[in-house]
Design a protein around this ligand. Structure first.
Ligand SMILES: [Zn+2]
Length: 147
């Protein structure tokens, strides 16, 4: 797989479509059956991918993370709890509008938030999704365990 950096990945010369894609395309890629081809559950892989992106973004503040997620239409983040830290994702790119399926779906977003916070706090961070459209909620929410 080519090793493009975030700036290269952000570049597009598409005249008609620009940088936009339909959410269906994103979700088709996102929910591919990786277990069949890679032998690992997709949530393990996308969580790590999100975390790597968070590290590469190397944000200095939580505000930067909130702006990145809004600019890239990942979701509208808000801090809803301080101890433990809880971050809500409104209009989540991954799960908003999907029917309840009995499990959380937003492992990439969780990994991304954890990876960003690891850089900000210089500590290990684990994101645990507590709310999700997959569980029947109107929003996604993550509890952050900081070690
Ligand atoms: Zn979710």
């Amino acid at each position: 797989m080519p090793k493009y950096d975030i700036n290269q990945l952000s570049t597009s010369h598409r005249k008609e479509f620009g940088r936009n894609i339909d959410i269906t395309v994103f979700r088709l890629v996102r929910f591919m059956d990786l277990k069949k081809s890679v032998g690992k559950e997709h949530y393990e892989i996308v969580y790590e991918a999100g975390k790597k992106l968070g590290h590469e973004l190397n944000p200095k503040t939580v505000e930067e993370v909130i702006i990145f997620c809004k600019d890239h239409k990942i979701g509208m983040l808000e801090i809803v709890g301080e101890n433990p830290l809880q971050i809500r994702v409104n209009e989540c790119i991954c799960c908003n509008g999907l029917p309840e399926c009995g499990e959380t779906l937003c492992h990439f977003e969780g990994g991304l938030i954890a990876g960003c916070l690891e850089k900000i706090f210089n500590k290990k961070v684990q994101a645990i999704e507590t709310h999700c459209a997959g569980l029947g909620d109107e929003f996604c929410q993550f509890e952050l365990k900081i070690y």
